[in-house]
Design a protein around this ligand. Structure first.
Ligand SMILES: Cc1ncc(COP(=O)(O)O)c(C=O)c1O
Length: 446
C-alpha cells in the first residue's frame, strides 16, 4: 500500500476477514461486498446513520450517496417513518390474525399507482419479481419470460445465464454461472436489449404464443428513448403478453406512483420495494384486477408478507413524500447537483460527464478510451472515500441531502479528479491501492 494511502477502515477490514469464514461471499447482498467499492478505503461496516450521513465502525463519518442502494429516500432514520414504526411495535409487530393496515396500504397503493387495482405484498424486490412471474405464468398458462433489467436472485431469472457463456463478457450476468439453478429452465427466461424494439419484436416472433410476460425496468438513471415504452405497451397487448414494470429501483424517485406515472405508460403489473418503505423490509406486486385476481387460486403465501412493520413504514413513507412534494424536491435538488458536478467534470480535463435524471444522476466514464474505465472509476471511488464521501459514482439523493452536501461532494470530486488526472499521466498503479472494483453483473438498463 502507498504510504500516503494509509487505511482508515482497519476495524472494518478485520471484521470482513472474519466474515469470509462465516458468511459465503462475505455479505448477504453482492453490492455490499467490499470489492464493489475501493477495498481498503471504503467503509464496510456501519455503526449508525442519520439523515444523509453514516458513521462506520472505525468512527469515520461518511456522506452517503448510496443510501442502502436506493432504499433510503427520505434520509436515514426519518422521524415520521420511525415514529410510525415504533408506535406500531408498541401495538404489535405482527398479529396472529390479519391487520386492517394491510387494507389501508392496498387502498393507498391503488390510489397512487396507475397500474394498481389489486395488490400482494412481499418482503423484498427479487421475491416480489418472482411472485409477479408466478402470477403471470399462472394467468396466461404460458412459461416463457422476456426480460430487460436486474430482477433478483430467483431461479426463473438466473436461468437466463444458461443462454450465454459466463466468461464471454456478454449480458446478462457475465462472470456469474447459474450454479444451483435447474438446467431444465434453460430458455424459459430470455433477455432483450433495452431500447431496441426490433430485438424485442424478433424474440416475440421466435417464441410465438409461448410468452407469458415481458418484465422490464422502465428506466433507472436515464429516461427511456422516445415512445419506447408506449411501443412495448402496444406490442405486449397485441400479442396477449402481460407487461410488468419492475420499479424496485425507479419507484417513488421520479414520482410517488412510479416511473409509470411520470412517463404516462401503464403496465398490467408492477413491482415495488426498496424506497417504498424507506429502509424497512417490504415489497409489493400490484396490477389490474384481470391479472391479479387469479392469484387467489395460486399457492402464493408467506408468514411475514403482512407483518405490521413493513406496512406501517410504507404508509408513512408515501404520506411523507406526498406531504413534502418530493417530486418537485428531487427535480430541483437534482438540477442543482447536476449543474455543480457537471462543472467539476468539465473542468477536470478528463473525458467524463455528469448524466442521468435529476433523482439518480451519475458520472459517466464511457467516453474515456485510452484507459480501463473500471480502474479509473476505482481510483475515483478510493479518493472520494478518503475524503469522507461514500459513492459508487451513481448518486441516490435522499430528501435530507442539502446544498452543503453537494458542495462538499464537489470539493472532494475536484481533489479526487486532480489525482485521477495525474495518475492517468503516469503509472496508475502508484496511486491505486484498492483492487479494481467489480461489477457483479452487466446491467441491461442504465
Ligand atoms: C430493479 C430491481 N429489481 C429487483 C431487485 C432485487 O431486489 P432485492 O435486492 O430486494 O431482492 C433490485 C435490486 O437492486 C432491482 O434494482
Amino acid at each position: 500500500m502507498n504510504p500516503n494511502n494509509k487505511s482508515k477502515v482497519s476495524k472494518s477490514l478485520k471484521i470482513y476477514k472474519k466474515a469470509k469464514k462465516l458468511i459465503p461471499g462475505n455479505t448477504q447482498l453482492i453490492s455490499r461486498r467490499s470489492n464493489q467499492f475501493a477495498h481498503g478505503h471504503s467503509p464496510i461496516y456501519g455503526k449508525n446513520s442519520k439523515g444523509s450521513y453514516f458513521t462506520d465502525i472505525d468512527g469515520n463519518v461518511f456522506l452517503d450517496w448510496v443510501n442502502a442502494f436506493s432504499a433510503i429516500i427520505l434520509g436515514h432514520r426519518n422521524n415520521n417513518v420511525d415514529t410510525a414504526v415504533k408506535k406500531q411495535i408498541d401495538n404489535g409487530s405482527i398479529f396472529t390474525i390479519n391487520s386492517p393496515l394491510e387494507i389501508e396500504l392496498a387502498e393507498l397503493l391503488c390510489e397512487i399507482i396507475p397500474s394498481s387495482q389489486m395488490v400482494k405484498y412481499t418482503k423484498g424486490g427479487g421475491e416480489a419479481c418472482a411472485l409477479g412471474i408466478r402470477i403471470a405464468r399462472g394467468v396466461t398458462n404460458k412459461d416463457k419470460i422476456l426480460f430487460s433489467g436486474y430482477h433478483g436472485w430467483h431461479d426463473w431469472y438466473q436461468s437466463a445465464n444458461f443462454l450465454s457463456n459466463p466468461n464471454d463478457g456478454e449480458y446478462p450476468f457475465a462472470g456469474i454461472e447459474a450454479i444451483g439453478v435447474p438446467k431444465v429452465l434453460k430458455g424459459t427466461s430470455i433477455p432483450f436489449s433495452y431500447g431496441d424494439i426490433s430485438n424485442l419484436e424478433k424474440l416475440i416472433i421466435e417464441n410465438k404464443n409461448e410468452i407469458a410476460a415481458i418484465i422490464m425496468e422502465p428506466m433507472r438513471s436515464d429516461y427511456p428513448p422516445n415512445n419506447y415504452l408506449q411501443k412495448i405497451r402496444k406490442i405486449s397487448k397485441d400479442n396477449n403478453i402481460i407487461l410488468i414494470f419492475d420499479e424496485v429501483t425507479s419507484g417513488w424517485r421520479i414520482s410517488v406512483g412510479g416511473a409509470q406515472k411520470a412517463l404516462g405508460v401503464t403496465p398490467d403489473m408492477s413491482i415495488f420495494s426498496k424506497a417504498m418503505s424507506n429502509g424497512y423490509p417490504m415489497g409489493a406486486v400490484v396490477g389490474s384486477k384481470d391479472v391479479m385476481e387469479p392469484a387467489s387460486r395460486m399457492f402464493v403465501s408467506s408468514s411475514y408478507w403482512s407483518d405490521n412493520i413493513g406496512i406501517s413504514a410504507t404508509i408513512s413513507t408515501i404520506n411523507t413524500l406526498i406531504s413534502q412534494n418530493s417530486e418537485i424536491w428531487f427535480e430541483d435538488f437534482g438540477k442543482e447537483f447536476k449543474g455543480i458536478i457537471s462543472k467539476i467534470c468539465e473542468d477536470s480535463g478528463i473525458e467524463i460527464q455528469c448524466k442521468g435524471v435529476e433523482s439518480s444522476p451519475y458520472i459517466s466514464f464511457d467516453s474515456i478510451e485510452e484507459y480501463d474505465t473500471k480502474t479509473i472509476k476505482t481510483l475515483c471511488i478510493q479518493e472520494m472515500a478518503k475524503r469522507g464521501i461514500h459513492t459508487n459514482l451513481t448518486f441516490h439523493p435522499s430528501m435530507t441531502h442539502t446544498i452543503k452536501d453537494i458542495n462538499k461532494t464537489a470539493n472532494a470530486l475536484y481533489e479526487s479528479l486532480k489525482i485521477v488526472k495525474e495518475a492517468m499521466g503516469s503509472n496508475i498503479e502508484n496511486f491505486l491501492d484498492s483492487p479494481i472494483s467489480e461489477d457483479p453483473f452487466k446491467r441491461l438498463v442504465k
